[in-house]
Design a protein around this ligand. Structure first.
Ligand SMILES: Nc1ncnc2c1ncn2[C@@H]1O[C@H](COP(=O)(O)OP(=O)(O)O)[C@@H](O)[C@H]1O
Ligand SMILES: [Mg+2]
Length: 225
């Protein structure tokens, strides 16, 4: 079973004389197919932890491993090589590009990874949109979509390339109760159906309790719930 492991992660942000220790000695791991929730008050470091796990932010010390491969060495060269295979990422604010259709937003992932098999990629996008119940919206632009639909597109974009892990930053943070519930169940179903490890930062305790494991960031440390 493939595993992503973070060991002894420390991270501080320094702005001028101000030094904020955000993460202090955090270790966590996730295997494929597992769903993990990261909770904690606003500013506690949830986003920072997800960014570090994806290699989008670098810790002051500590390392990230994929199985036995240390992703953090050689200026994170391994991260660049393996990021696309390993990760999908959804942001709190959906970050769809307004000038691109739903289909084109999803196709960006393949363009970035220089994947040129257009037929295969298109088929995969259609299948994914269908699975998420938004295939009829493929030619629509983001402004034409509801909040819940946009979040589904963001999730589709995170999984079309079949990553092993998805890191989700407050995927239901801006949705009403009903839509949040649907997205929560959808993400959990995706994890189980596709054997994807999902780590989700959330404020929503209702979401957290549906996940396999939950940790709270408290004073920079990780507490198991
Ligand atoms: N790039 C940055 N520069 C300076 N401070 C930052 C930066 N990113 C995050 N922080 C600070 O780190 C702390 C944790 O932020 P964040 O990880 O976004 O928390 P959360 O996602 O739990 O709300 C906050 O105090 C935030 O202001
Ligand atoms: Mg955050």
């Amino acid at each position: 079973m493939n595993k992503l492991v973070a060991t002894d992660i420390f991270k501080a942000f320094k702005t001028g004389a101000y030094h904020a220790q955000v993460l202090s000695d955090i270790s966590i791991d996730i295997i494929q197919g597992e769903t993990i929730g990261i909770i904690g008050s606003s500013g506690s470091g949830k986003t920072t932890l997800l960014q570090i796990l994806a290699g989008l932010e670098f810790p002051d010390s500590g390392e990230i491993f994929f199985n036995d491969i240390n992703l953090s060495i050689n200026n994170a060269k391994q991260f660049s090589i393996m990021r696309n295979k390993l990760f999908g990422y959804t942001y709190q604010f959906h970050y769809l590009l307004d000038d691109l259709t739903v289909f084109e937003n999803c196709n960006l992932v393949f363009q970035i990874s220089n994947s040129k098999d257009i037929n295969k990629n298109s088929k995969k996008i259609f299948e994914t949109l269908h699975e998420l119940g938004i295939d009829k919206l493929q030619n629509n632009y983001p402004y034409m979509l509801s909040g819940g639909e946009r979040q589904r597109v963001a999730i589709a974009r995170a999984i079309v390339h079949e990553p092993m892990f998805i890191l989700m930053d407050e995927p239901t943070g801006n949705l009403d109760h009903e839509n949040a519930d649907v997205i929560q169940d959808l993400t959990i179903k995706l994890a189980k159906d596709h054997n994807i490890g999902i780590m989700v930062a959330t404020h929503d305790l209702n979401y957290a309790q549906k996940l396999d494991k939950v940790f709270r960031i408290e004073n920079g440390g990780l507490v198991s719930k």
